[in-house]
Write a protein that binds this ligand. Sequence first.
Ligand SMILES: [Zn+2]
Length: 512
Amino acid sequence: MNDENLSAFYSSLLTNLQKKGRRSNDVAEAVNKYQGLVQKVKDHGDRLSALLVSKRRLTEKKSVERSVHAETSTGEATPDTKWPSSLVTKKIKYQYSTKQKYSVPARRYSGMDGAQSMSRRLQKHAVDPHTLDLDIHNCAFQVLHQIIQKTQPKPALPKDLADVFEEVTTKRAPPENLKKNEAMSSLQKISLYIRWVAMNLLYDDYMSLKENKDKTFPSASIMSLMWQSVEDMIVQAWAEHVIALKPKHISLHFDGIRVSKEVASNVESHIEECQEVIKEKTGFTVSIVRKTHGTFRELVAERGAADEESDFSAESEKATSSRKHSEDPEAPLVIDDGILRMLEDEVKTLLEQAKKPKHPVNGRHQCPGCPFRSFKERRRLRTHLEKYHVLKNQYVSSGTKQLKVILALYDHAASSQQTPSNLLQKSASLIRDSVKPPLPASNNLIDKQIRLIHDAAGPRYVNVCQLEDELHVRRVRNRYYTKAFGDLILKEAVLCYAQADELQHLCFIKVY
Ligand SMILES: [Zn+2]
């Protein structure tokens, strides 16, 4: 039903576009996009039908011998006596792609009916209840880094680049300095070097790729081939180990494996065991993480529960509500005494720090409590802290929007049972990171130059000048949202059968 509606909707858009006759670049791009979407909806439907031929849920089994090509798939669903009636067993054949012949194996793919080809959403319903989804963390980087270590190509990667590479591959979060552009150019150099290594290690494959006209960027393809063939070796070793545990379900997902829960009563120790086996069999060190899948509705429910909790605890402590603002957007924003005291203390600390000698950055002393305000002389920074970060302004010198961020940070900390800290500095740096290009360093008030937009990844503030030309946001009264956010709502709308009141409720929660 839903996919028919979606298909019809996109197809009608297509017809309208094609009627226009003028095939400008924009129109051509839009046509391409909608054709892609129609195909996507169709594929999704086909996969669902392939699934529903048997029964509502499935488990699958596979054999992982290297001779996987030769294995004939039965493709038939046979009831598995040990599972509750709705689960069926399926045997799935995994094959290497035959589009391009390589000297090493690359990735293996299942057919249309394997769990691998299901969308995340479909996996959640079909296999999530009884399986664990385990993935190699940061697989491409981890593997590439070790390939370079093991093959020790000459000449070696220069020391400074090797350090950056090491940092990118071992740290979970991107390092602070990577946000700046110089570091990006290091990464590009590293990538160039790795592609060169890959061309040398897989020289014949590279040459045959170069003759293939479909491959527009052979050196990048050869780099992917290099790490994916190691990835395949790792997954092979991993899958053999897991199969020995006789799971009722195992499916391969490129850099991860889905396995039925009963083989891993203790997930942590199962993961450790797998990591050790992989290290032993392949010599590669990987870290495996468990992925959990939440639907939009579940996430909203979780957040809603957390909000209720924090409301409740706030009430029980007889604190004055910190969220008066959400009821009436026009009302002046007043924050509670507890938060005010925290901000007061933080300003005191900042003032102490400002008294100590410190080198300016790019010739200026940045106010840590403001997103963009900075000064040539440290003396003026002290005056600013004393004069503007005061009770009258609720200790925030940039205006109401930073205060809103402070309240959100406070509520977030409270609902995740953490002690809120450095609210002024954290809110300033959040705005500093999301508002690009930066605002002038000479103004205290910034409210008029930034806008809150809603994106699929969450709300953020942006520079007003970005709204028109770069972000393509839409506006509903004084609310801005991106296309990604709109798509998210559309998808969820289709999923909850467009029940308007439920959807309104969801949007409301998401936006606030
Ligand atoms: Zn300041």
